[in-house]
Design a protein around this ligand. Structure first.
Ligand code: URA
Length: 188
């Protein structure tokens, strides 16, 4: 039943015209993964490759994300990958407030249907939309936040790590390695 609801939501996203990005996209990117996911990763917005394919995190940053997911041995049925925005902003610019406002009900509905045990915001946009508008990833990463019965463990966006230092990459790896431990602590 949840599978059908999440697919209905994906259909609504594919035809969405709630903000101007709907006119610019090749494909909307609703998200993908298991409706029974324990962990939900929330990125920022689709890039060029995601817009081409209609799938989240299939470009370079996606390769790194998927390597990290494999590294912590999450299996396919255990995670879901989504984004704050479902359509690509031109030239991959930052999401605008009006785009976030228009799009975030889709993310909230996905969370309500999937009910992940742990939500991992990747970068500032997921963090600020889901956990707190004044938080920054540099300070909030690697910490567990609990809010409205949900648990959040923010970390860097893989794209920031691709642009950044080896140290940053190591921090991202270490944050990911906390995820299986948190799942145990949170009681699965
Ligand atoms: N970056 C994101 O934030 N999301 C994607 O889906 C791809 C790259």
């Amino acid at each position: 039943m949840y599978g059908e609801l999440i697919e209905e939501l994906a259909e609504a996203i594919r035809i969405c015209r709630k903000c101007p990005l709907g006119e610019l996209r090749k494909n909307a990117v609703p998200g993908e993964g298991s409706v029974r996911a324990k962990v939900m990763f929330v990125g920022e917005a689709p890039g060029e490759e995601e817009d081409n394919q209609g799938r989240p995190f299939v470009g370079r940053a996606g390769q790194l994300l998927r390597q990290l997911i494999a590294h912590i041995q999450l299996e396919e049925g255990e995670y879901y990958i989504g984004n704050v925005l479902k359509c690509r902003p031109p030239e991959n610019r930052n999401p605008l407030p009006l785009e976030i406002e228009a799009c975030k009900p889709y993310l909230f509905s996905q969370i309500a249907l999937i009910k992940p045990l742990l939500i991992v915001p990747l970068g500032n946009f997921g963090l600020q939309v889901l956990v707190g508008p004044k938080l920054t990833i540099a300070r909030a990463r690697g910490k567990l936040f609990s809010k409205d019965g949900m648990h959040f463990f923010p970390t860097y966006h893989p794209a920031a790590v691709l642009r950044g230092s080896a140290r940053l990459r190591q921090t991202l790896v270490e944050d990911f390695e906390e995820i299986p431990k948190l799942l145990i602590e949170l009681g699965i």
